[in-house]
Design a binder for this molecule. Structure first.
Ligand SMILES: *[C@@H]1O[C@H](CO)[C@@H](O)[C@H](O)[C@H]1NC(C)=O
Ligand SMILES: *[C@@H]1O[C@H](CO)[C@@H](O)[C@H](O)[C@H]1NC(C)=O
Length: 450
C-alpha cells in the first residue's frame, strides 16, 4: 500500500467529496431542472419588481472583443461574483478507492424494483453499463483556466433560475477530482462513463473565429486518457445544454441560425483532438428539453430571446438550428462542402441523445387517447427523430399545426443534409409504463426499440 499519512486525509476528503458525481445521473437532474417550479421565495415576489427580473443586455448589443478584457466583460453579464474552487490542483487518487453506496431505490408504489418489473430480462451481448454526468452539474471550476461563462452560469444567478439558488461554481469539482471519480466508477465495476464537454472551456467566446483555449482542450485530453487507463470507456457528449453565454449576447444562441456554423466548428475541433481515443460520441443531449427552456416565460431563458422570437416560437427555432448543427457536425453538408465527422474519418459511432418520454394512451379503447398519444410523440420525439431517421422533413402534423414563423420549413438541401445524419447507433430500450388506477401500480406495457 502506498497510502501515507498525508494521502489518508486526501482519501477521507474524496469519500465525502465528489461521490454524487458518479451516482447522480444527468437524467434525474435534468428532469428536476425542467419540472421544478421556482422556489416559493422567488415566486411569491411580484413578477414586475425590477430586481426580480433576469438581467441581460439586448441581443447583439455586446461587441465581439476576444481579448482577456472582453472575456471579463462577458463574465460580468452573469450577474454576480463567481466562487473560486477550494483548491486548484488535480488530485491523485489513493488506493483502494472506496466503492460508493448505491442510492436508495424509489418507493415501490412509484416505481417497481427492476427485478419485479423485468424478472426475465437478459442484457444483450455487449450491453454497456455506464454512469453519466454533465459538465455544468459536476465540474465546478466555473472560471478556471480561461473558461468562458455558459448560459447556466448566468441562469443560476437570475431570480428563479434554479429553484434553490445554487450555482455550478464549485459543485462536485470533477474538474480537479476526475481521477478519483474515474477510479470510483472503475471500482463499481461499471464499463463506461458518459460525460459532456463544456464548449466554453474550449472556445470561451463560442464563435468559430474566436480563440481556442488550449488549457480546455488539454484538460479533456487528460480526462479521456485517464478513463482509458482505468478501463472505463469515455463516452463524449459535445453539448449538454451549456451554450457559451457570449453566443446569447452576440446573436441569441441556438435561437439564431449563426449558431450552426459555430457549433460545427467546435465539434470538428473536438473530433480532431480526441479521434481514436473516443469511440462513442453524442452531439446533443436531450435537445427537446433544452429547447423547451426557451418556451416558458416562467423560466429565465424566456427573457433573453432574440427578436422577433417569443416564448411560443423560440423552441421551434432552437430545434431547427440544432437539427442543422447536428447534421453539420456529422455529415459533409451540401451547403458548405467541408468534411465533418464521417468525411474526417473519425472513428466510432455518433448520434444525438434523444429524450424518449412516451405517453401511452390512458384508455386502450379510446381513439381520442390514441390520437393524443400520437400527437405527443410527434412533437416530443418525432420533431428530431422523423427528420434524422425517417424522412429528412417535419412530420405533417407539425407543419399542419405550426406556421413557418414558428417552425421554419426545411429546404430540399437541408432535408438531404439532415436525413441519415446519425450512424446507426446501438438500440436504446425503454420500458413503457402505464399507471393503473385500480391497483395504484405501474404496469409494464411494452418495450420500444429505437
Ligand atoms: C372502454 O372500455 C371500458 C372498460 O373496458 C368501458 O367501460 C368503456 O365503456 C369503453 N369505452 C368505449 C368508448 O368503448
Ligand atoms: C409570437 O410569435 C408568433 C410567430 O411570429 C406570432 O404569431 C405570435 O403572435 C407571437 N406571440 C406574441 C404573444 O406576441
Amino acid at each position: 500500500m502506498r497510502i501515507t499519512k498525508s494521502l489518508n486525509l486526501v482519501c477521507f476528503l474524496s469519500i465525502f467529496g465528489p461521490v454524487h458525481s458518479v451516482s447522480s445521473t444527468t437524467d434525474i437532474l435534468s428532469s428536476t431542472l425542467v419540472s421544478s417550479p421556482p422556489s416559493p421565495a422567488t415566486s411569491s415576489k411580484p413578477a414586475t419588481t425590477p430586481t426580480n427580473r433576469p438581467t441581460f443586455p439586448p441581443v447583439g448589443s455586446v461587441p465581439r472583443d476576444y481579448s482577456a478584457t472582453g472575456l471579463e466583460k462577458i463574465w460580468d453579464l452573469v450577474g454576480g461574483p463567481v466562487s473560486p474552487p477550494p483548491f486548484t490542483t488535480t488530485r491523485v487518487p489513493c488506493t483502494p478507492i472506496p466503492v460508493p453506496t448505491p442510492p436508495s431505490l424509489y418507493p415501490e408504489w412509484f416505481s417497481p424494483r427492476p427485478a419485479n418489473l423485468l424478472p426475465n430480462l437478459k442484457f444483450p451481448e455487449g450491453f454497456v453499463f455506464g454512469v453519466a454526468t454533465a459538465a455544468f452539474q459536476v465540474e465546478g471550476a466555473a472560471k478556471a483556466d480561461g473558461k468562458g461563462p455558459s448560459i447556466w452560469d448566468w441562469n443560476s444567478r437570475q431570480p428563479g433560475g434554479v429553484p434553490d439558488g445554487s450555482t455550478g461554481d464549485v459543485v462536485h469539482l470533477q474538474y480537479y477530482l476526475y481521477k478519483e471519480d474515474v477510479e470510483r466508477v472503475a471500482a463499481l465495476g461499471v464499463n463506461a462513463h458518459s460525460f459532456s464537454i463544456s464548449w466554453a472551456r474550449i472556445f470561451p467566446f463560442g464563435t468559430a473565429d474566436s480563440p481556442l483555449n488550449q488549457a480546455g482542450l488539454d484538460h479533456y485530453s487528460d480526462v479521456i486518457d485517464y478513463h482509458l487507463q482505468a478501463g472505463v470507456e469515455p463516452i463524449v457528449t459535445l453539448f449538454h445544454w451549456d451554450t457559451p453565454l457570449a453566443l446569447h449576447a452576440y446573436y441569441g444562441g441556438f435561437m439564431a441560425p449563426e449558431s450552426v456554423d459555430d457549433f460545427v466548428h467546435y465539434a470538428k475541433t473536438v473530433f480532431k483532438a480526441y479521434n481514436g481515443r473516443v469511440k462513442t460520441w453524442f452531439t446533443f443531449n436531450e435537445p427537446r428539453g433544452f429547447c423547451g427552456f426557451f418556451g416558458s416565460s416562467q423560466f429565465t431563458f424566456g427573457a433573453i430571446l432574440p427578436p422577433p422570437l417569443n416564448v411560443s416560437s423560440a423552441p421551434f427555432h432552437c430545434i431547427y438550428n440544432i437539427l442543422r448543427a447536428h447534421a453539420g457536425a456529422v455529415k459533409d453538408l451540401l451547403r458548405t462542402k467541408t468534411p465533418a465527422f464521417r468525411e474526417m474519418g473519425i472513428e466510432g459511432e455518433i448520434s444525438f441523445k434523444s429524450e424518449n418520454f412516451i405517453g401511452p394512451p390512458w384508455r386502450a379503447n379510446s381513439t381520442e387517447d390514441a390520437e393524443a398519444s400520437e400527437r405527443r410523440t410527434a412533437f416530443q420525439i418525432g420533431i428530431f427523430a422523423d427528420p434524422v431517421f425517417i424522412t429528412g422533413d417535419w412530420r405533417k402534423i407539425l407543419t399542419d399545426t405550426l406556421s413557418p414563423e414558428y417552425l421554419p420549413r426545411l429546404t430540399e438541401e437541408e432535408k438531404k443534409d439532415i436525413l441519415g445524419a446519425p450512424f446507426p447507433l446501438s438500440s436504446f430500450f425503454r420500458p413503457t409504463l402505464q399507471y393503473q388506477p385500480s391497483t395504484k401500480r405501474l404496469r409494464l406495457r411494452r418495450f420500444l426499440r429505437y
